[in-house]
Design a protein around this ligand. Structure first.
Ligand SMILES: NC(=O)c1ccc[n+]([C@@H]2O[C@H](COP(=O)([O-])OP(=O)(O)OC[C@H]3O[C@@H](n4cnc5c(N)ncnc54)[C@H](OP(=O)(O)O)[C@@H]3O)[C@@H](O)[C@H]2O)c1
Length: 209
């Protein structure tokens, strides 16, 4: 697929590199697509990766993945222009001042993004684990769980496939409003990894019987 990876930080690199290595065409959308940093990202991602400005990357892709800070998210979505019909993957967490969730309970960051990305088929994914786990989601030979949600079943299926391409096992949690649960779950991961000092080599996995 043609994927626009918006943001070339920790998450953008992990996801974009993984998909490029799996044969997807990845266009990194950056504020500075010709920077030394982006050149390094492209060198690591290989032949299937390219870089462009944010609007250009989004326009060229079928799937747009958002991996930028929350405080500029509305501006980023605006700069993408018309996203109607495109799959917009929200990999972010709406973290505000004091490292608290800035949205919650009766809405979510993902739902806010859906309001800004008019006509976009928004799917929440990749927010509940650290970037290191996006680069390598296998623990003791077993895939860890990636939770996804969204209101468009076809878009969820596409994103589930993209998560599986990286090596995740997917749990589809249903409509986009379940992002209200997935965003606090991400805060639990961050709390365990940092405040509780369990480290970042840790992940959530659903087990069943
Ligand atoms: N870090 C994790 O493990 C993790 C896990 C799950 C979810 N998340 C979420 O994913 C998002 C990205 O996290 P990250 O760790 O990848 O962040 P990061 O390393 O700081 O990278 C963010 C990227 O966003 C782009 N960007 C565009 N406009 C920006 C602006 N005004 N200020 C700063 N950066 C701007 C930058 O790429 P260009 O310079 O190329 O424009 C930057 O590299 C956040 O919403 C975070 O909550 C992070």
């Amino acid at each position: 697929m043609k994927i626009a990876m918006i943001g070339t930080g920790n998450v953008g690199r992990a996801l974009g590199t993984g998909w490029a290595k799996k044969g997807h065409q990845v266009i990194f959308g950056s504020r500075n697509p010709h920077s030394e940093k982006v050149r390094e990202v492209l060198a690591a991602a290989g032949a299937n990766a390219s870089a462009a400005g944010i609007a250009e990357a989004g326009a060229a892709a079928e799937v747009i993945v958002l991996a930028t800070p929350w405080n500029i998210m509305e501006q980023i979505v605006e700069s993408l222009g018309n996203v109607a019909g495109k799959i917009v993957v929200d990999a972010t967490n709406p973290i505000g001042p004091g490292f608290q969730l800035a949205v919650g309970m009766t809405s979510s960051g993902a739902e806010q993004i859906a309001g800004w990305a008019k006509g976009g088929r928004v799917v929440k994914a990749f927010n509940t684990t650290g970037w290191e786990n996006m680069a390598d989601p296998i623990y003791h030979g077993q895939p860890i769980t990636m939770f996804i949600c969204g209101d468009d079943a076809e878009a969820r299926a596409v994103v589930a496939g993209l998560a599986e391409d990286l090596g995740f096992e997917v749990t589809d949690t249903g409509p986009l409003s379940t992002a209200r649960y997935l965003e606090p779950l991400a805060m639990l991961w961050i709390h365990l990894a940092t405040v509780q000092k369990q480290g970042r080599q840790m992940a959530f996995k659903i087990v069943k019987r």
